[in-house]
Ligand binder design. Sequence first.
Ligand SMILES: Cc1cc2nc3c(=O)[nH]c(=O)nc-3n(C[C@H](O)[C@H](O)[C@H](O)COP(=O)(O)OP(=O)(O)OC[C@H]3O[C@@H](n4cnc5c(N)ncnc54)[C@H](O)[C@@H]3O)c2cc1C
Length: 393
Amino acid sequence: MNNIFSNTKEAFSLKSNFELNRAYFLFKIIGNQSVVKLMTSLTNFSLKFNLPVTPIIKATVFDHFCGGVTQEDCISVIEKLYKKNVCSVLDFSTEGFINEIEFDNCLNKKLSIIDFIKNKNEVPFAVFKPTCLGSTDLFIKMSSGLPLTDSENDSWSRVVDRFEKVCEKAFSENVKILIDAEEVDVQKAIDDLAIVMMRKFNKSNPIVFNTVQLYRKDRLKYMRELLKNKKNKDIQFGLKLVRGAYMEKERKIAMNKGIESPICDSKNETDNNFNRGVDFVFDNLNRISFVCASHNEDSILKVMDIMKKRKIKHNDQRVWFGQLFGMSDNISFNLGQKKYNTFKILPFGSVKNLMPYLIRRAQENTSVQGQTGRELQLILNEKKRRKKANLSF
Ligand SMILES: Cc1cc2nc3c(=O)[nH]c(=O)nc-3n(C[C@H](O)[C@H](O)[C@H](O)COP(=O)(O)OP(=O)(O)OC[C@H]3O[C@@H](n4cnc5c(N)ncnc54)[C@H](O)[C@@H]3O)c2cc1C
């Protein structure tokens, strides 16, 4: 399809020929499921036994998908992106935290990131994954509605306290904060906390953003109820709309429990749900600010089309677009060029801590029909364009 996202000159304007070739090589490799499986096992084995693979990972897949090891490392990337009118959201790797000390460390890290980005227009949001602030089992139990033991109650108050500290800090520094969505069995507790935070901090400005996964069959109802609830009448809602990242896992859990899957039965159904979610947001834009977090060109085009029809300015602060660093540059940079509010999620942390993130990126890209096919075609188009124009970068 030929649309604004076919402009590869803009999409890859920050990539040297070397980086473009590296991206081609990477997507070519991760398009092959067997190679990804083999590389994943080899990498995990090497990291476990401290074999010296970190420099190789760092120079290839890490540098393509991550901003750096420290937040300071990310500054040069942030600046480069911002010159193209694309903002960044620093996402410190927090996978696999399991004890109270780690949860507290994570809280401190999140607070220090807010300090680092305050007053930086180029980093308008902070982000956190709720289960980095408390144990997953506790989120599951809270979500199930079962009564907590005394010690679980104590742990839960610490989770609430950590949530509140992050949101309060974001509020006091005027930084918007994205709360990631996770699996269905922990999400009810996350949603309940998110709304408590919005009631506190989203009175005049949308500071706290909860994430709505529209691959779930029940999320349109969830959004309608949020707005209908009288207790929420003073809230300026912040919502990040995504399709959802845990489809296979959710289906397996539902099958094992012998219950209906909470996830739409087909991609088409998810797409329709996402579209209806977008329509709902625009019909209530007086009360909702939102992020369209997607790599799907049709979804982005739909949002742009509605904005045009409703005469909403490209840089209206109620509408943001978000993509992951290293993916769909054709969307982000072309949106940035047209002055839409756009950001890249920029993960950072040690190579070892970011491995699960990198493996997920590789696994979700293994379909050549899907994202990888699109990325490869765009890179090829740009390589051809540069060759024709005899350009060296
Ligand atoms: C900035 C950003 C933030 C994100 N934050 C979160 C988050 O907090 N929580 C989270 O869960 N995800 C998050 N994601 C990931 C997101 O949910 C999607 O997994 C990912 O973006 C791919 O969907 P897409 O809209 O880009 O487009 P597409 O590539 O068009 O859609 C792929 C998605 O469609 C759905 N799908 C695919 N096949 C089927 C099928 N057979 N039946 C039903 N549905 C199907 C799945 O959700 C799949 O991920 C985020 C993504 C971005 C870009």
